[in-house]
Design a protein around this ligand. Structure first.
Ligand code: NAP
Length: 300
């Protein structure tokens, strides 16, 4: 089974990037896009995010081999219900949501009997909307597929091949494991960035202008993550609640241990941790997940 036509529902960063990547890589795949917002549809048509921009969700999915829902995780059920009347029985339904167990459950409830194979491309930026997408977003990045038990092997293979054709490295795991791993690698880092930027902006004895003026000391790197889409991230924390709270408990314990080390002047503990974390940065670069240039390659 080969994917020849894809319907993209939600034409923001992820949806737009899928459409642009299909085109840029010259895949023999036709794309049809739909977004609930007429202005987004107009912008998507102007940028050529899909071969066709449909006016209704039913028209977007008619005849599609694969439908990919690219909306915030809290909107997956609504989007699934909107496309339901136009779906053919053999169409594969997938998504790009950042949390997986809750999305799998929502989709199964909204589309009983459909072939549903959730997925999460671990690739993104802090930008959103129809102008944010770009063709190389998935190149060399992981796409984690979380197939439900009893999945049709041919459909799973077709979906994996599609993501590989977009340049992704593909991995499969169960949804609960995905949610725990991503809580550590993505969700908690976002929560920390939101907290630290919020705390700094609330400080009464540091004026706003000083926070911005001296931001190159480290603060500005957190502001990139803390600029991420508020709707998307609200939904991630609400749908991955269990794993995030579990990992937050671990994080809080580690933070308390560091607090104790600083208070008691325990330099060895600080030095040992900072040495271990430096090695992790090296591993991220060695595995091609970031640029090796200092300071993310910024001009100085
Ligand atoms: P985005 O740029 O905000 O795009 C989402 C689009 O979906 C918006 O145009 C939105 O329209 C539209 N939409 C919302 N509800 C809809 C509905 N019920 N039916 C049709 N369209 C609807 O968001 P994104 O960054 O592409 O994120 C999309 C998904 O990818 C999310 O589930 C997110 O968790 C996941 N993801 C994001 C990243 C990242 O870094 N951004 C990375 C990996 C995965 P409105 O503006 O009118 O709401």
């Amino acid at each position: 089974m080969t994917i020849r036509s894809v319907a993209i529902i939600g034409l923001g960063l992820l949806g737009g990037s899928i459409g642009l990547a299909v085109k840029a890589r010259g895949l023999a795949v036709t794309t049809t896009g739909w977004d609930r917002d007429a202005e987004v549809r107009a912008r998507a048509a102007a940028r050529g995010l899909a071969d066709t921009i449909a006016e209704t969700p039913e028209a977007a999915v008619a005849g599609a081999d694969l439908v990919i829902l690219c909306v915030p995780v809290g909107a997956m059920a609504d989007a699934a219900r909107a496309i339901a009347p136009g779906l053919a029985p053999e169409t594969i339904i997938s998504d790009v949501g950042s949390s997986k167990a809750a999305v799998a459950e929502a989709l199964a409830e909204a589309l009983p009997g459909a072939t549903i194979i959730p997925a999460h491309p671990v690739a993104g930026t802090e930008q959103s909307g129809p102008d944010a997408g770009f063709a190389t977003l998935f190149a060399g990045r992981w796409c984690i597929i979380t197939p439900p038990e009893g999945v049709d092997p041919a459909s799973l293979e077709a979906l994996s091949d599609f993501w590989a054709a977009l340049g992704s490295k593909v991995e499969t795991m169960d949804a609960a494991h995905h949610d725990l791993v991503l809580a550590v690698t993505s969700h908690i880092p976002h929560l920390i960035a939101y907290t630290i930027v919020g705390t700094a902006s609330d400080l009464e004895d540091v004026t706003q202008s000083e926070v911005i003026k001296y931001s190159a000391g480290g603060f500005r790197d957190f502001t990139r993550i803390a600029a991420s889409d508020p709707v998307m991230w609200r939904d991630v924390f609400l749908t991955n609640r269990g794993a995030v709270l579990e990992m937050l408990g671990r994080f809080t314990e580690d933070l308390t241990a560091l607090q104790r080390a600083i208070r008691s002047g325990d330099g060895d503990t600080l030095f040992d941790l900072f040495t271990r974390t430096r090695a992790i940065r090296r591993a991220v670069i060695e595995q091609g997940q970031d640029d090796e240039r200092p300071d993310f390659g910024r001009d100085h």
